[in-house]
Design a protein around this ligand. Structure first.
Ligand code: 6PG
Length: 239
């Protein structure tokens, strides 16, 4: 596990874009890239769309999705398309939404798509953000998807805190990935990041912490504001 701290959100976005480009350009045909939702990756996607990347080898997919129409501004896939995927010649696989479809059926269908894209069972690089409650993807504290049945890679997840259905990658698929990269910026994330990276004995384990329990090489790309509560300076490299 590696933690790299950048001076601010702009330098973080630049570095994250270069990190992703490097991973793709040194990867193989059929490079699997899981894209994160939320606001943090937007600047990274914008910069990434302008770098020299071997996009023709990339199979991009969403590490989680909100249960909203595909053209809804809140839709993560819609955001990823607008900021990146509409501008690059990669293949982009998105969960389907329809009024007659349940979130569970959509997740199962998307899981079948992921299985067809990953005969090895392993994604190459999955991008994640982290919420102020320590959630990642749509793995929220206290929700059912934290304990998905063995063999599942992508499931629906009702999130009571939001009163919303979500679709999310499971720990099983996250743990199998060659690499996972968290993008975390801003003061508001500092306490949650401390609790994830430097948990106290009496604290419950947060969803983002469990991502580090697998085989994946996990890299935290964070800015100085998000790192403000981290005490173990040996933990971090200055980017
Ligand atoms: C979503 C994301 C979610 C996000 C975090 C951080 O659907 O919102 O998948 O996991 O990455 O909530 O969001 P921000 O980057 O907006 O802080």
């Amino acid at each position: 596990m590696q933690v790299i701290v950048y001076p601010d959100a702009d330098t973080l976005a630049d570095a994250a874009a270069r990190f992703i480009a490097e991973a793709v350009n040194t990867g193989q045909e059929g490079f699997s890239l899981g894209l994160a939702g939320g606001s943090t990756p937007i600047e990274t996607y914008d910069r990434l769309s302008r770098l020299d990347v071997a996009w023709e080898r990339v199979e991009a997919w969403m590490s989680d999705e909100r249960w909203v129409p595909l053209d809804d501004p809140e839709c993560n896939g819609n955001q990823a398309a607008r900021e990146l995927m509409d501008h690059v010649p990669a293949r982009f696989h998105r969960p389907q939404f329809a009024a007659w479809l349940t979130a569970a059926d959509s997740a199962a269908h998307y899981e079948a798509v992921l299985r067809s894209l990953h005969p090895s069972g392993r994604s190459d690089l999955i991008l994640l953000g982290m919420g102020e409650d320590g959630h990642c993807a749509s793995l929220f504290p206290g929700t059912a998807a934290l304990d998905s049945p063995s063999g599942r890679w992508f499931v629906h997840n009702y999130v009571p805190q939001l009163d919303a259905e979500r679709l999310t990658t499971t720990y099983e698929f996250l743990h199998a990935a060659h690499a996972v990269a968290f993008l975390v910026a801003g003061t508001a994330k500092a306490e949650a990041l401390r609790a994830v990276l430097e948990p106290r004995p009496d604290e419950s384990v947060l969803p983002s912490t469990r991502v580090m329990d697998g085989e994946s090489e996990v890299t935290w790309l964070i800015d100085k504001a998000a790192a403000a509560e981290l005490a173990d300076t040996d933990l971090v490299e200055m980017g």
